[in-house]
Design a protein around this ligand. Sequence first.
Ligand SMILES: Nc1ncnc2c1ncn2[C@@H]1O[C@H](COP(=O)(O)OP(=O)(O)OP(=O)(O)O)[C@@H](O)[C@H]1O
Ligand SMILES: [Mg+2]
Length: 1019
Amino acid sequence: MTPLKLRLQAFGPFAGKEEIDFTALGSNPLFLINGPTGAGKSAILDAICFALYGQTAGADRDPQQMRCDHASEEVLCEVSLEFMLGNKRYAIWRSPIQERPRTRGEGVTIKRAEAKLWYLDGSDEGVLWVSKSVNDATNHINTLLGIGVEQFRQVMILPQDKFRELLMADSKDRESIFSQLFETHIYKQIENKLKEQASGIKQAVELHQSKVRGILEGANLDCREQLNIEIESLIPALFQAKSEKDQAHGEVQKQQSEIDKAKTINRQFDELDAKRTDLSLINKQNNDIEVKKALLSQALSAQKIYHLYTNNVECQAAYVSASKYHEQAKLAVSNARSQHRQALSRVETAKLNAGALDDFKTQQIELKRFSHQLTKLSDNKERVTGATAKLASSSQALEQKKCSLGALASELLKKEALVISHTHTLEQVTPLQQALDKLAQKHNERSMLDAISADIAKCLKQQRIDQAQLDNLAQVFEKACTIATQTEIAWHMGQASLLAKELSHDKPCPVCGSKNHPNPAHEDGSNMLVSKEQVGEDRQRETVSRENMQEAKDTLATISNKLETQQNRFAEHSQQLGQYAQMSLAQLEQQQADISRKLASLTNLQLTKSKLNKRIIQIKAQQASSTDDLLVLEAKASNDNNAMIVAQTSANELAAQIPKEHHDAWQLSQSLQQLSATIEQLTVLLREAQTDLAKKQSSFDQASATQKTLLNGLHGQEIRSSKAASDWQQALFNSEFSDTKHFMQAQADESQQHALKQAIASYQTELDSLNAIVKQLWQRLSNKQRSDVSSIEQGLNANTKISAEKDKIWRDLEARYISLVNVSDKLVKAETQNETLNQQYSVIGTLSEVANGNTGNKVSLQRFVLSVLLDDVLIQASQRLHIMSKGRYQLIRKEDRAKGNKASGLELEVHDGNTGKPRSVATLSGGESFMAALSLALGLSDVVQSYAGGIHLDTLFIDEGFGSLDSDSLDAAIRVLVDLQASGRMIGIISHVTELKEQMAKRIDVHSSRVGSSISTIA
Ligand SMILES: Nc1ncnc2c1ncn2[C@@H]1O[C@H](COP(=O)(O)OP(=O)(O)OP(=O)(O)O)[C@@H](O)[C@H]1O
Ligand SMILES: [Mg+2]
């Protein structure tokens, strides 16, 4: 990820809009972010991290707190970052949750955090991937960068006071960072898969063992050996039980067959008795059967002449019926004739009425023509009304347009007047701005005057103190001087008295040569006490106090000089300030505030003016378009007027063509309806009478034809009836029946005949069958007798019981044997499966243990892979650390495994070249830790870059830390960073170390002020 452009507003110490164009620093630059303490250097990193992840770089600052307190409340706190990933560009924008003034009314509302993410595909807008949701934006960034915010904080930036974290991370934390950077999750998946498989096999083994236990328990066995013993012992007992069971079973079968035979013979005797009884019963039915045979014979004779009988009956009935139909037809002919006459007279009447039809039709045509003209007239009137309405509406629109044009013209005049007035007022801006600048300058100068005045007061106070000190020391000196002189005089007096002791009269004095000694010195007690050393000591004290006094004099002179200088500066500044010198800082600030307020109101006025100008342009455009509209509306109104006149003329002409009495459309339509109804009624009446006449004629013709046909039929039937009567009488005479009644009694239909035949036949069949069975049974039982079955059955019951008992004993033994053999089979299978599972576990289980780091060295597969990658990183890191530490340190991986169960394999140590021993990184000094962390971060980005993953660590920001290096180490660190530029990485160093500022040409300077910070870029 390489940042291209960072824009921030009201963020951290930055009150307004700030932009950093990283591209202006050149490709892969090494640059310095410089500025005084608290200027906002770290805040730049916070802004980058916030734009990407919605969290700050140090994690201690809540994004919600990042809204700048200097910013005015209308300004939104927001950050946007344009960045590059590989060769693709993206832009992200975020604003944290913050208070915003209400758009209407007073007070504030809470604006929720928002984010937008674009893929910049080269188009103006780019492609908007996320439009609002902060979580969506963060998820996209996580996927794009391939690292989360925690990793970002450790590998893309070394945040202030936090760089040791990467160095000191334990295996677990480092694994989490590295696995994401090197995308080694596949190895973790292998570990998990192996673990899963091993635990699956283990579970299967346990399941198996419990299954084996279940099998044995199910057979009430404790172990495999008990099973074998029981099977061995069961086999002879099973053979013995089987032979006893078979013997008892044979006995039972034998007795059973005896009983079956006895029962069969007894049953045959019973059957013979029953059949004989049946035979005697059936012989009693013989008379009935003879009567049935006679009835059947008569019925068959009657059946032979039955057709002649029925033919005669039918012919007689047909003749009667034909006579009846003929009479009815005659009646129908007479009815039809009378109806035909009535219909004829109705037609005559209808024809008479229809004579006036032609007149009515002529009238109808005339009225229809008037009705048509009336419709046209009504259409024309509607057209006139429509045209009149259109004309009215277009005239109204025309008037409105004229009015709006007038309003626009008057608004334009007012707005133009206002613009002129505002322009006039706005002329004050420049003088006010100048006055404000001047006041700011005077405020600074006035502050300085106060500072000088305070300094003067301080100097005066010090001067008084120094003068008092000098006076004091002068007194001390004077005293010391007097004491030293007195001591010296006393000493001299002492010496004189010693000389005087040696004087004798007439001997010259060794001092003055006089031989006369009128007043020789003599010892008084005090002179004798003073020694030469005492004189020296007092003189020494005198010299010290003189020096002290001189020193105090010098101090006083220095402060007096300073006082004089400051007083001169005060006078000079007072003169420069002129009238402002008399004003207080508060007054000056009040004046500044007044002018600022005025300027703010003028800025508002400027805004109003530009709005007015915009409105004027709008009005002019509206005027132009309204004038065009006006012309169109005028043309439309004239067209509408012409259309109205044409419609009116045409309506008048039509009205003249229709007689006055037919001008009422409703009445005309009523008359027309009545006339049409009359014509219709007359036409219908005539048509109906004619149709009825035709119908009646046809009915009459049909009735006459029917009568004729029926008369012919009647004659034919008369001849057929007399022949049928003579045939029947002849047949009856020739039959066994005395008369028709006798014949009728002998009648039997098909079913009755069938029943008679059936009864006769079944009687005969049953009789024959019984005779045959009795004969057969009699022959079969000729030399046999009935047996006593119950006594044999008693013996059988006893034997059956014995057999059942033997059978049960055998079955129980056999069931136990089969169950034990099954158990044995199952155990054999289970043992085979168990063997297979154990073999599998010996491979998979061992692999899982090794891959999951459960063996001696506690290094899992993923961690092993990561440790190899870490070694690569450490090779790169050590090269740099070696240079920075002037050949002393190298980073190495800790080989000892961690204590207890803690995961190990990714901890770091340093190898100290001075001692030749490795030791913990925790023992490094502050500066050394910084160098080590920096080397590690650089090594990491080297290896991640060269690793074929999707993550680009092509940027590194280092926030402070350089302050902890001595100048040699600093030089070495900078040399390393300069060398790195060639490897295609952007490196930003945050520091206020002065040497760095002198060494680095490319800089982002952060300037702080009382009203917020600002940024400038020096490329
Ligand atoms: N919401 C805010 N409104 C105004 N100022 C703020 C806000 N939040 C933080 N600040 C101030 O912004 C400044 C920026 O701090 P930052 O940590 O960026 O400084 P720095 O330049 O890194 O300083 P140092 O050299 O000490 O690390 C601090 O003075 C801090 O008090
Ligand atoms: Mg900082």
